[in-house]
Design a protein around this ligand. Structure first.
Ligand code: ADP
Ligand code: MG
Length: 298
């Protein structure tokens, strides 16, 4: 069995992945099946001086869904991710997670609530090893305080061994075992993307924001990513908001797709509905012919 096969097999093994998620028992990360959507974006506006990056965007993401977020370059996708994950403070509107407003919460608090993300251009510590980078993502899971840490109390050792167990499982799942001790900065871009995904998953997020995870991947790697995303969704108890330029990937894995253009929503529905939407086809005709084709026929 090749390593990617192993990874896929592992991803389908509910028992194994549930153990990694380990967090199914953790009240900090369990998405909690409240009535209503997991994420509600309500009339969100984001201005940078005179630039209106988001002009009042609204949509919902349901529990357990992969929701694709598409749109030409500059349409506001990354800005919206930055608002949801607390990097930017939106100028108006509200974002609700599990029914509670995220407005004004710190990034750290959002991670602790169960919102994880990856970055379009990859944001790893280049001089730290792969495993050190991944463990950074488990930081907020520790509940022991400063004193317990300073005294190395048993609770601290238990937290560390739990994080290390999850680390091992994730390195295996994402085929990173052989590079675990290698500096992240020396790895090829697609491998760095997997490291980021592992770092997000070790934090046991209920909502995972993926910003162009297929960027820089070849055809076979995009296919593997599609399989992986679909297979980890249930066992990891995840909901995914997926920004992606690869229209075929979005259309294949998403249950719902939201399309933006110039900071405004131009379509919202199933992949079948959105790809037929004249506004979406028109928006993509402004891009490359290949993307326009995908928008119409993918
Ligand atoms: P996308 O991810 O869809 O390609 P972005 O969210 O990166 O688009 O950008 C949307 C718009 O907001 C663009 O016009 C971009 O120039 C602007 N923008 C994004 N971030 C900033 C910022 N920090 N300062 C000023 N303008 C920004
Ligand atoms: Mg972007």
């Amino acid at each position: 069995m090749t390593a990617p096969d192993r990874a896929r097999a592992r991803a389908t093994d509910g028992k194994q992945t549930r153990r990694i998620a380990g967090g199914s028992g953790s009240d900090m990360t369990a998405p909690g099946r409240l009535d209503g959507p997991l994420l509600c974006v309500r009339d969100v506006v984001m201005r940078f001086g005179g630039v209106v990056a988001l002009g009042g965007v609204s949509f919902d993401v349901e529990h357990g869904q992969i929701c694709g977020l598409i749109g030409p370059n500059g349409s506001g996708k990354t800005t919206l991710f930055n608002c949801i994950s607390g990097i930017y403070r939106h100028s108006a509107g509200d974002i609700l997670f599990q029914g509670r407003s995220l407005t004004g919460l710190s990034r750290h608090r959002m991670a602790a609530l169960g919102i994880g993300r990856t970055f379009q251009n990859v944001a790893l510590f280049r001089r730290l090893s792969v495993q050190e980078n991944v463990l950074v993502g488990a930081h907020h899971l520790g509940r022991s305080g400063f004193t317990a840490n300073a005294l190395r109390l048993p609770v601290v050792r238990r937290e560390e061994s739990r994080a290390r167990a999850r680390l091992r499982e994730l390195l295996h799942l994402l085929d990173l075992e052989t590079v675990a001790s290698v500096d992240a900065g020396s790895l090829p871009f697609p491998t760095q993307k997997r490291v980021e995904l592992a770092r997000a998953l070790i934090g046991e997020p209920g909502l995972l924001l993926l910003d162009e995870p297929a960027g820089g991947l070849n055809h076979a790697e995009v296919d593997e990513l599609a399989v992986l995303l679909q297979r980890i969704l249930g066992p990891f108890n995840l909901t995914i908001l997926l920004v992606e330029h690869h229209m075929s990937l979005v259309m294949r894995v998403s249950q719902k797709v939201v399309a933006l253009e110039f900071g405004r929503k131009i379509a919202d529905g199933t992949p079948e509905e959105v790809r037929k939407e004249p506004e979406v086809i028109r928006a993509y005709l402004g891009e490359t012919e290949e993307e326009a084709q995908h928008a119409r026929f993918a």
